[in-house]
Design a protein around this ligand. Structure first.
Ligand SMILES: C[S@@+](CC[C@H](N)C(=O)[O-])C[C@H]1O[C@@H](n2cnc3c(N)ncnc32)[C@H](O)[C@@H]1O
Length: 276
C-alpha cells in the first residue's frame, strides 16, 4: 500500500500540533512501517482512512495514543545518566532538605515528566531512600507522567527486563528488586509514593494547574520537540516549581539554549539549573 509524502506531511503536522513532536521527511518509511501495524490492528483499509479517523473520529484518542506509542522512543533504564543523578543526590537533595527544614516542612515533590516505563521514577525513589536516614519522616511524592499509556502500564506493574536493571548498582538490586518468572520486580515499598499518570507535555493548560515541585526531571524527551514547543514546556515547568527547585534535562539538552529563566550553578564539576 502506498503512503505518500503528502499523507506523511498531513499526519506529521497533526501530530506536531497535538504533541510538539517534530519529524523529518526521512521518517516517512519509518512512519509507514509503524502505521501498517495499526492498519492491521484496527482494520483500516488505507492510510487515508487511518488519517481521517485519527483527525475526526477518534473521540477517546485511543488510536492516536497508539500511534504516538508506535513512533516515539521509550528507551530508558534504571540509573540512566549516573553523573546527573549523583549531582541530584549529593548536591541538590541536601540543599533542598536544608531549605525544607528552615521552613518546617517535610514534603518533597518530584516530577518525572516523560517517564516512559518508569525506571527513572523508581531510581529517584531508591536514591531518596538511600540518602535520607529519616526517609520515613518525610512526605515524599513522586509524580511520573508520560503520553504513552502502554509505557505507564509497564511502569505501574514495575516488572523489568535484565537490560533495564543492568546499570543498577548490585547492592541496590539486592535491596530493591527481586526475580520473578517474567522479569525483575520492584519491591512494593518503592511503589507506594509514586503515581503514574497520563500527561501530554503539550497540554500546557494542564501543566499550568500544577505546582509545588522541588525537582523536575524531563530527560531525553524534549530532544524530539521543536524549539518553540520546548520553550513552552520548559516555561510551564518553571511556574510549576518551588523556588530553589532544580530542573534536570537530558545530557544533550541544554536549558540555557531554551530559556534564561533558570539560574545556572556550577558545583563540583556539575552544571545545575534551578529556580531562584
Ligand atoms: C526516551 S523516553 C525518556 C525516558 C526517561 N525520561 C529517560 O530519560 O530515561 C521519552 C519519552 O517521552 C515521551 N513523550 C514524547 N512526547 C511526549 C509528550 N508530548 N508528552 C509526554 N510524554 C511524551 C515518550 O512517550 C517516551 O516515553
Amino acid at each position: 500500500m502506498q503512503f505518500t509524502i503528502e499523507q506523511f506531511w498531513e499526519l506529521r503536522e497533526y501530530i506536531y500540533k497535538r504533541t510538539g513532536l517534530k519529524f523529518e521527511d526521512t521518517k516517512l518509511f519509518f512512519f509507514k512501517r509503524r502505521i501498517e501495524n495499526l492498519l492491521d490492528k484496527y482494520e483500516f483499509q488505507s492510510f487515508d482512512d487511518f488519517i481521517r479517523y485519527i483527525r475526526f473520529y477518534d473521540a477517546d484518542g485511543k488510536v492516536f495514543k497508539d500511534l504516538i506509542g508506535e513512533i516515539t522512543t521509550h528507551e530508558t533504564y534504571f540509573f540512566r545518566e549516573f553523573e546527573q543523578l549523583q549531582a541530584f543526590a549529593e548536591i541538590c537533595l541536601p540543599e533542598i532538605i536544608e531549605e525544607k527544614k528552615k521552613i518546617f516542612t517535610n514534603s518533597i515533590n518530584i516530577w518525572s515528566a516523560a517517564c516512559s516505563t518508569g525506571e527513572e521514577a523508581y531510581t529517584l525513589n531508591i536514591i531518596l531512600r538511600e540518602m535520607l536516614d529519616d526517609y520515613d519522616n518525610w512526605n515524599i511524592k513522586i509524580l511520573a507522567t508520560d503520553i504513552d499509556e502502554k509505557c505507564l502500564e509497564t511502569a505501574r506493574d514495575g516488572i523489568y527486563s535484565e537490560r533495564s536493571v543492568k546499570f543498577m548498582p548490585v547492592e541496590y538490586q539486592q535491596k530493591y528488586i527481586y526475580r520473578k518468572s517474567n522479569g525483575f520486580a520492584v519491591i512494593p515499598q518503592l511503589k507506594k509514593n509514586i503515581s503514574f499518570e497520563y500527561l501530554n507535555l503539550m497540554d500546557i493548560k494542564k501543566i499550568k494547574e500544577m505546582s509545588g515541585f522541588d525537582f523536575i526531571f524531563c530527560r531525553n524527551a524534549l530532544i524530539y520537540f521543536d524549539d518553540e514547543s520546548r520553550r513552552e514546556v520548559v516555561m510551564s515547568f518553571y511556574q510549576a516549581m518551588n523556588s530553589k527547585g532544580y530542573i534536570f534535562l537530558g545530557h544533550s539538552e541544554s536549558i540555557s539554549r531554551i530559556t534564561n529563566l533558570f539560574k545556572l550553578k556550577r558545583k563540583e564539576g556539575h552544571i545545575l539549573y534551578y529556580k531562584e
